[in-house]
Each structure stands twice: as C-alpha cells, then as structure tokens.
Design a protein around this ligand. Structure first.
Ligand SMILES: [Zn+2]
Length: 440
C-alpha cells in the first residue's frame, strides 16, 4: 500500500476511469479515491489499496468519474419561466413577459424554482453554481437544504423590484445573505450588480467596496451584445468594459458574464487587470447576442468559465450541452476547427470555472481537494468506443449518462434518485408554478 494512502477512511470510491483534471490532466484507470470529512485525502491505483478499511465504499468500477461541473452564471429560480415565451425579440420578451412576471415573484416561488434548478443540475452533473437573482436568501435556504456548493448574490439594481424598494433595503438583503452563508461550508456569498446600465456608478462602487473589504467575488452582466454597447455609448459615451475600467472595477475577483461584444484592446485589458469571464454560449445564441471571442480571451490569459444563464434564455441548465456549444461556437466564430479543443472546454467547465469564482479546492480530483465528483455510466452507447474520454465528455455526452453526483463528500444523486430533494413532491408543485407564471 502506498505510504500516502490511509489505512482507513470514511468513503472509498472506486473509479473505472478517473478524469482527474489535475495539473497534468491525468486520466487514470481503476483508481481508488479516499474521502474524509468532505475532502479527498488520497488517490491511488485500486490494486495498491487491498487492505484499506472504509465506512462506505462506492463502486463505480465500470464508470467514468470526473470533477463536478461548475456553472459560473445562472439565475436558478428562473426555471419557473422555462418555456413561458420563446423566440421573441429581446425587448418584447423582457418587457412583455419576463419583467411583469418577475414583479410578482415571492420567496416561495423563488425557493421552488431553485429546488427545481438544483435537481436538474445534480441530475446533469453540476455540483457548484454561481447564482444571481432577487430574494437570494430564499435561494440560499433551498441550496443549503439540497447540499450543493454555491456562490450566491442578491442582484442589486437601482430600480425597485419584488425583493426591495430602496437601495438601502437591497444592501440590507446583501448583509442578511452574508450572515446566512457564514459558517455554512458549501455556501459563499458574492456581490452582484445587474449591469453597468441597470446599476448606477455609485452603487457599483459600493458593491465593489464591500467585495474588496470581504474578499468576495463581484459579478455582473457586461458586454452581452452590440445592442448593450450601443445603449452604453448613447447614455454614457463609453463601452461597457470602458465603464468598468473608469470605475476601477477591473481586477482579480471581478467576474463578468457574457463578454460577447469586446474589442481586442478590451480583451488585453481584462487579462492585464485579472478579471474573469463567464461564457454562456447557448444563452448568447438563443437571444442572438453574438459569439464571444473565447479563444482570443483564453490566449490572452483571461480566466474563462462556462455558464448556462437562466432557464428562460437557454432553456436548460446542462453544462454538458454548454461544453459542446462552446467548442462548436468557437470553431464557427473563427472558421477554425482547432479553436477551443475538448480539453479546453472541460477545463472551463471544471477548474477554470472554479478559479473564475475564486473557489479554492474545487475543479479537480487530487488529495486536498473538496470531494465534488460525478460519475457517468461507462457503458453509455454514446461514450463508446473509449478512444478519448475527454473528447466524449466535450462532444458526445449529454448529461443523461450521469449516475452519481457528490458534493462535499455527500452523495446527492444516484441512479435517478435524489437524497435531499423530495422529487415527487416537487413535481406536484409544478402545476401551481405554471399557473402562477401565467398570472392565473
Ligand atoms: Zn444572466
């Protein structure tokens, strides 16, 4: 037995194929992973660990195990609007359908939508997500019950909404969310502005100050489309990234969602300042926002994670779909089949996403890392023959192959069953959610 492998552990997992996503991107066969108190304590060939004692053994010897996927940008509760209205011009969709419904949001609806999102993410192999919405404390309570890892922020706008009427009330909600997340191992807080056009300069600076003082990520939508750029130029005479630079907001710890309409100079600036980007290719395609220059951003040294955005504009929270879309979009954008290869999108969905969120110990499988892992059925027809597992994960997997999802060492989903979600009970609520969303 290797000296670094413990004589006993809480959970011993046996992986048929282990996609470590470690610094050497090793893919190992028949491997033992020891877990204690939610942390991976050792990784070694199974043949070298015959005498280890474990409280629990998880046999995934026929399966593919990889780090849990990291969704760097979503609005989980927007699952309640999935399919409500599609295929409309952006402003008609927002002002005619989404905003009127959002004005009637309640903490109860937000909680139901979040539970639905968590179920979907767990069944599709996501263990960590970054959420931006209103009534975020209701999101935090739901996620805490489910047991996923999450970085959560109350979206701060300068206009009243269902969650708060004044900016001071908004900051009161931010403080309450911080108190709820404090001391909860899997939850952390981020500071959230909507965008440079819906959150004013003063409020942006206030959020940034809080983020800096507390070492938290600040995130917002920016440079989502040429339409947004034109609006910013008309109103402020500056492009979105220029506004962030003017306000001194571009720094490590800033995560901008989308980054579609950025110039070469802005990409260089993002890299120089250490700001990260969440790339949401399916949302960007559905809303016809454009194609983010992801290959150029990565080449410049910008940390780029992947995100699904909300279920009203995607319409699924499926990170496997997002990986495939990112790889294909980058190739079409550059008319270059070598752009954004399979390993790059897997990195974006795991370790780079964790880095974009400022999460330590997440995104790879190695001793000392958090035990956030998923397993895909090794006998899935679309993952055969096993030429390149990484290629299959990027181009062929659908998420439907996921048979186990573990966050912080706890199995939250296994073979179609959720351990912390009353799924039949939640499904029964969906008819009332449908009626609520329709205004009935
Ligand atoms: Zn968004």
């Amino acid at each position: 037995m290797p000296t670094n492998f413990p004589a006993r552990c809480g959970t011993l997992l046996r992986a048929g194929t282990l996609v470590t996503q470690d610094d050497d991107r090793r893919v190992l066969s028949d491997t033992a992973v020891a877990i204690d108190d939610g942390v991976i304590t050792a990784v070694a060939p199974w043949s070298e660990t015959p005498r280890i004692q474990a409280d629990e053994t998880i046999d995934l010897s026929g399966d593919i195990v990889l780090p849990g996927l990291v969704n760097t940008h979503t609005h989980a509760a927007m699952t309640v609007f999935r399919g409500l209205e599609d295929d409309l011009p952006l402003m008609e969709w927002l002002t005619g359908h989404i905003w009127p419904a959002e004005a009637r949001l309640t903490p109860e609806i937000v909680s139901l939508g979040t539970q639905l999102a968590c179920a979907e993410m767990l069944a599709g192999g996501t263990t960590t997500f970054c959420d931006l919405y209103v009534f975020e404390e209701a999101v935090a309570r739901a996620v805490d019950t489910v047991g996923m890892r999450a970085v959560l922020g109350e979206g701060v706008f300068d206009t009243p909404n269902a969650s708060y009427k004044t900016i001071d009330q908004a900051f009161g909600k931010v403080a309450a969310l911080g108190e709820f997340c404090a001391g909860r191992e899997l939850l952390s807080q981020c500071l959230v502005a909507h965008s440079v056009y819906a959150t004013g300069a003063q409020t942006l600076k206030r959020l940034d100050g809080l983020a800096c003082d507390n070492g938290l990520t600040l995130t917002l939508h920016a440079a989502e489309s040429a339409v947004e750029t034109a609006m910013c130029l008309e109103r402020f005479g500056r492009r979105p990234v220029e506004i962030l630079e003017d306000l001194d907001l571009l720094r490590p710890g800033l995560l901008i969602a989308h980054g579609v309409d950025v110039t070469e100079a802005e990409i260089a600036l993002l890299a120089q300042r250490g700001a990260a980007v969440s790339h949401n290719p399916r949302s960007n395609m559905k809303l016809a926002s454009g194609m983010a220059p992801v290959a150029a951003m990565r080449a410049a040294g910008v940390t780029v994670g992947l995100g699904t955005d909300g279920a009203a504009s995607n319409n699924c929270l499926n990170m496997f779909a997002e990986m495939g879309a990112a790889a294909l979009m980058a190739k079409v954008r550059g008319l270059d089949p070598t752009a954004l290869p399979a390993q790059a999108v897997l990195d974006m969905a795991t370790r780079d996403g964790a880095a974009a969120l400022g999460l330590q110990g997440v995104g790879s499988i190695a001793p000392g890392m958090k035990a956030d892992m998923i397993a895909l059925r090794g006998d899935a027809p679309n993952l055969q023959p096993p030429h390149s597992i990484v290629s299959h994960l990027a181009y062929s997997a659908t998420g439907g192959e996921v048979r186990m999802t573990m966050a912080g060492g706890r199995v939250l989903y296994r073979d179609g069953r959720f351990s912390t979600i009353d799924w039949p009970g939640l499904v029964k609520e969906m008819d009332s959610v449908r009626k609520w969303a329709r205004g009935a």
